[in-house]
Design a protein around this ligand. Structure first.
Ligand SMILES: [Zn+2]
Length: 350
């Protein structure tokens, strides 16, 4: 289940001012905490190859499937990206961050202890995974091995044991859900390179959009516009922008028929005012960039089935999970990039 704040965020992620009424400029009352990222800089092929090798090596040692290890590592990485000052990069290619005190053990007088024996004595998380006799907090394998060992502490390696271990470690149901979602995505695709994107509307079709970040809206009280409206005729396909998993699907009084998709960057992609959904997808379904998930409509602003209160358009929003809360950020620069990339691809394919 999504927690209250993200539900609130999703409810807030609603659309345009009513038909015919111009939007007045008003600053968003929530800071746009995250800058839109043009690309994942650490997803180049070489880094991914090194990570894959680490996960497979650890999987053999721990009997935890590689995709669960990959999911933990990726989840940790998304937290570090959201809070880079609090969570500096420790390893070379792993995203795992473990506090010094947690690594050495809370009562350990030597906070930078690297002795596996004394760390274990003080119940620290730090372990020596690569067998060099040092529990090295800056070593990729030791980091991953340590977190995996801690997760396995309370049981076996079944999926349920794994979930209990995750809960014990993070004490946060969102963390458990994210890692399970990431693991499902990795397991299905059997690879790490899953950061390709698509524009949500077929680029050859008739549509228009502009930056409307923070504009005031007139329906449902004082809310600012958290997303970009892409105007298009009824029935134009709406497509997933990413590799991801459907987290939410159904009616919402503001967003109408809407879908929420979680991706491996821990972004929540929100699509509102749809005319309908593609029949093949439901909560938990995996989607690929460009896959049709529904059609442009004008649903929303009332009880289920309400439509036609504004011109048909897709409201597209992106929220970033920062561990306990989610912030929306302006998707306009991302949309521009995906649109340009897709035009280029189409041209080069003749
Ligand atoms: Zn909108």
């Amino acid at each position: 289940m999504k927690q209250t704040i993200s539900i609130a965020a999703a409810i807030l992620a609603v659309s345009i001012a009513m038909a015919g009424q111009p939007c007045s400029a008003q600053q968003a009352d929530k800071p746009a905490a995250a800058q839109a990222e043009a690309s994942d800089t650490r997803s180049d092929a070489n880094v991914l190859k090194l990570r894959q090798q680490l996960y497979e090596r650890l999987s053999i040692m721990s009997e935890v499937p590689w995709y669960r290890i990959a999911a933990i590592d990726q989840y940790e990485r998304t937290l570090s990206k959201a809070k880079p000052k609090l969570r500096p990069q420790l390893g070379d290619v792993s995203g795992v961050f473990i506090e010094e005190e947690q690594w050495a053990g809370p009562l350990n007088p030597d906070v930078s202890d690297t002795s596996p024996v004394s760390i274990q004595w003080f119940n620290g998380v730090g372990r020596d995974g690569d067998g060099d006799g040092i529990a090295d907090r800056n070593n990729d394998f030791d980091l991953l091995y340590s977190i995996t060992s801690r997760l396995l502490q309370h049981g076996g390696s079944t999926e349920d044991d794994f979930s209990i271990g995750l809960w014990d470690y993070y004490r946060n149901s969102r963390a458990v859900q994210r890692i399970q979602q990431f693991a499902q995505i990795y397991a299905a695709h059997e690879r790490l390179d899953l950061f390709e994107h698509a524009f949500p509307i077929p680029v050859g079709s008739n549509y228009s959009y502009r930056s409307t970040w923070g504009n005031a809206r007139s329906w449902g009280g004082k809310r600012s516009h958290e997303g970009t409206d892409i105007f298009a005729p009824y029935g134009i396909p709406v497509r997933s922008t990413c590799y991801g998993i459907i987290e939410v699907k159904g009616w919402n009084p503001y967003g109408g028929w809407r879908i929420g998709i979680r991706d491996l960057n821990n972004y929540y992609h929100y699509y509102a005012h749809l005319q309908g959904f593609d029949k093949s997808i439901g909560v938990g379904s995996l989607v690929n960039p460009g896959q049709v998930i529904g059609w442009v409509g004008s649903s929303g602003y009332g009880k289920p089935g309400t439509q036609g209160k504004f011109p048909p358009h897709l409201h597209y929003g992106v929220y970033r999970d920062r561990g306990l809360i989610e912030w929306s950020f302006d998707p306009y620069p991302l949309l521009k990039k995906w649109e340009t990339d897709e035009r280029k691809r189409l041209r080069s394919n003749g």
